[in-house]
Design a protein around this ligand. Structure first.
Ligand code: SF4
Length: 371
């Protein structure tokens, strides 16, 4: 541990800090479905869902997921398509795929019992230092740090640390700090309380210091620097990609959807055929040529207004221009493409942007039928 950090940690009365934090948590903790018990599988699923996603958004997904896949075995044996469908709308779908492959490993190599030690649990797919620490502490009561962005913010204020929390190397420092002050009598509540404090009291822009249960331990409050911490450098601007997306309909009222590649962004999800637009070339012509070249589909443009749809990922923005075509010669079907009607399209796992397009396609078809 570096000297400066050691000095800062020593200034904190760790025992009293832990007591104040945990007794506040015992009184104030929100009732959340994953807090019903300490089943490590339930804790694991909740921690994966909560990455990059707000608690309010996660709750209904979590409840449905637990109903559908209530145990390690249920998730291990489920078809991937069902898991992706249950995750639809939550984003960051690699989380769902990694979770299922790790759960399969737990089923095969650990008799269905989630490992209770750092070495084994960290070797599971998608289980990084934060998730490992969260499961070990929350479910098994082990004194392991679970440091996410919330916890780094709180700890940077408590200890007045000005390391850039956007840099991956900073996490180690915060892990060292939490490990040094963790409340050994109840590591589960200690870690949950730090996260809870970050979520509802020590918030990014307006920390409620006057309501804070650990105000007397907080260096930033004492120094009046709570609004200057944490230091967090700005992310690079997201890259914009212009896409053309095709609603290709046949004469039976079905549309063509294709499956995304097995690897990479939104892997294995279904979507309307999409490709990157070539600037300066007629968009409708590009769609017709793309369908012919990539899917052996012959089609003509349907005379119709174009739709647009944007989707923002962390590092990427899709600007989609959506056109409708009528298929005149159908392709030979493969595992990667299929025809679906309005009911069948509901059942496949689609990225949010394509789900919105599907809903708009449905609405416009219904309007056409009413005319
Ligand atoms: Fe955060 Fe203020 Fe509490 Fe310090 S006193 S931990 S800055 S809310």
């Amino acid at each position: 541990m570096n000297e400066e950090l050691e000095k800062r940690i020593k200034k904190v009365n760790a025992k009293k800090f832990g007591e104040d934090l945990v007794s506040w948590f015992e009184q104030e903790m929100r009732e959340l479905p994953w807090r019903e018990n300490r089943d490590p599988y339930r804790v694991w699923v909740s921690e994966i869902m909560l990455q990059q996603t707000r608690v309010d958004t996660v709750i209904p997904y979590y409840n449905r997921f637990m109903e559908q896949f209530p145990s390690v075995e249920a998730l291990a044996f489920a078809p991937e398509e069902d898991v992706l469908k249950a995750w639809e709308g939550l984003g960051y779908y690699s989380r769902a795929r990694n979770l299922q492959s790790a759960v399969r490993e737990v089923h095969e190599s650990y008799q269905g019992i989630v490992p209770d030690n750092l070495k084994e649990i960290s070797s599971l797919k998608g289980v990084g230092p934060y998730t490992a620490g969260a499961i070990l502490s929350i479910a098994y009561g082990k004194p392991e740090p679970a440091v996410d962005g919330n916890v780094m913010r709180v700890m940077s204020r408590i200890l007045s640390i000005d390391d850039d929390i956007a840099k991956p190397a900073s996490r180690k420092k915060f892990e060292t700090a939490v490990r040094a002050i963790i409340y050994e009598e109840n590591p589960s509540y200690f870690n949950q309380a730090l996260m809870e404090l970050g979520a509802i009291v020590c918030t990014p822009t307006s920390p409620s210091c006057f309501l804070c249960p650990v105000q007397e331990h907080c260096a930033a409050f004492a120094e009046g620097t709570q609004h200057e911490l944490p230091v967090k450098s700005k992310k690079k601007a997201a890259k914009t990609v212009e896409l053309l997306t095709v609603i290709a309909e046949n004469n039976k009222g079905k549309v063509l959807i294709s499956r995304r590649p097995e690897q990479g962004l939104l892997a294995n999800m279904w979507e309307f055929p999409s490709f990157e637009k070539t600037p300066g070339v007629n968009a409708g012509q590009q769609m017709i040529e793309y369908l012919q070249a990539d899917h052996e589909v012959e089609a003509t443009l349907t005379d119709e207004k174009w739709m647009t749809q944007d989707h923002i990922f962390t590092h990427l923005v899709w600007k989609m221009q959506v056109g409708r075509v009528t298929v005149t010669k159908e392709p030979a079907l493969t595992e990667q493409i299929k025809w679906v009607d309005q009911t069948e399209i509901e059942k496949v796992a689609m990225p949010v942007s394509h789900r919105k397009i599907a809903n708009r396609w449905k609405e416009s078809t219904e309007k056409e039928t009413e005319k």
